[in-house]
Design a binder for this molecule. Structure first.
Ligand SMILES: [Zn+2]
Ligand SMILES: [Zn+2]
Length: 292
C-alpha cells in the first residue's frame, strides 16, 4: 500500500514540476523573451532563466530563435534552412509520414535537429532592441541544459528521500530511503514527459486547420485546450497577434501570472488586447461601409 502511495506521490510531484515548467515556458520563454509582449524587470528575467534551466532543460536563446522561425515560416518550406521547424503539415508532405504524430511525440528530437542549423546558431532571428545580450551566466551555466536536468533529478531525489518517508509514515530504513530517492527520479521522468506533451499538443493539435490563413498558416483556436496548456490554446489568435500578452479569453493561467507580476510592478504589458481588437473591428466595419 505504501509503495502505491509512493508511486502516486511521484506522479503528483512530476505533475507539479511540469506545471511550474509550463508556466515558465508560456510566461517567460514564449510571451516574454520571444515575443516581448510583456517587458520583465531584471529580477523576473533572472528568475525566468533559472526556472528554464531547472525545469525546461533548454537554452533559452535557442528556444526563442526556433520559435521566432516558426512564426516567420509558419507551415511553409522553402529550403533546408528557410522552413517552419515543426510544421506537422510540412513534415507530412515532405517525409510521407504522419506529421501530427511526429510533432506530438518527438518535439525534443525535432528541436535538437533544428538547433544545429546555422540560422539558429547565429543571430539571424535575434532582435537587438528586444533581446538582452547573453552574459557570463548564459555561457557558464545556461549553455549546459543537461546539467540542469541532472541538478533537478538530484533535487527531486533528495526531496523524496527527505520528505516522502514522513508523508507515507514509513520507517527510514535504507531500502525505503532508496525507494524514495528512486521515486524522486521517476517524478522527474513524469515532469519531462508531461512537458514534452505540452509542446507536442500546441504544435500539432493547434495546427490542424483545413484553411490557410495569412499570418497564421494552418493554426487554429482550440479553446478547450487552453485549460491544459495554460492559455496557449487560442493558437491562431496568437499567430495573428503575437504581441498580445493575453492569448486566451478563458483559462489563461499564463495571463493571470503576468497580471500578478504587472500588479507587483515586475513587468509591463506592451499592448492591450481589447483596444487592438476593437480598433481592428472598427476598421473592418468602416471598410465594409465604404464598399458599394
Ligand atoms: Zn504555431
Ligand atoms: Zn509564439
Amino acid at each position: 500500500m505504501s509503495l502505491l502511495a509512493l508511486i502516486g506521490l511521484a506522479v503528483l510531484a512530476g505533475l507539479l514540476g511540469a506545471g511550474v515548467a509550463g508556466v515558465t515556458l508560456t510566461v517567460f520563454l514564449h510571451r516574454g523573451i520571444t515575443h516581448g509582449s510583456h517587458r520583465m524587470k531584471p529580477s523576473v528575467y533572472a528568475a525566468g532563466r533559472w526556472f528554464t534551466y531547472l525545469t525546461i532543460y533548454m537554452r533559452h536563446w535557442e528556444w526563442r530563435r526556433v520559435h521566432r522561425k516558426h512564426h516567420l515560416y509558419t507551415d511553409t518550406w522553402i529550403d533546408e534552412i528557410r522552413h517552419d521547424p515543426h510544421s506537422p503539415i510540412v513534415i507530412s508532405e515532405r517525409e510521407g509520414i504522419n506529421g501530427y504524430r511526429r510533432v506530438s511525440w518527438h518535439m525534443a528530437a525535432i528541436f535538437h535537429a533544428e538547433a544545429k542549423l546555422p540560422d539558429i546558431r547565429d543571430s539571424t532571428y535575434d532582435i537587438p532592441q528586444l533581446d538582452r545580450p547573453l552574459d557570463a551566466l548564459d555561457r557558464r551555466i545556461f549553455d549546459h541544459p543537461v546539467r540542469g536536468a541532472v541538478v533537478a533529478g538530484l533535487a527531486y531525489a533528495a526531496l523524496f528521500a527527505g520528505v516522502a518517508p514522513l508523508v507515507l509514515g514509513v520507517a527510514r530504513t535504507p531500502s525505503w530511503e532508496l525507494a524514495c530517492a528512486v521515486a524522486g527520479i521517476a517524478a522527474l521522468g513524469v515532469h519531462i514527459w508531461v512537458l514534452l506533451r505540452f509542446g507536442g499538443v500546441i504544435n500539432s493539435d493547434c495546427h490542424r486547420g483545413k484553411v490557410w490563413v495569412d499570418g497564421a498558416g494552418y493554426a487554429i483556436n482550440v479553446k478547450l485546450l487552453s485549460f491544459l496548456i495554460f492559455g496557449e490554446g487560442e493558437h491562431q489568435t496568437h499567430h495573428l497577434y503575437p504581441q498580445f500578452a493575453r492569448i486566451s479569453t478563458r483559462w489563461d493561467l499564463g495571463w493571470r501570472v503576468i497580471a500578478v507580476l504587472r500588479w507587483l510592478g515586475l513587468t509591463e504589458v506592451v499592448v492591450d488586447r481589447e483596444t487592438v481588437l476593437a480598433a481592428r473591428r472598427q476598421l473592418s466595419q468602416s471598410r465594409a461601409g465604404q464598399t458599394p
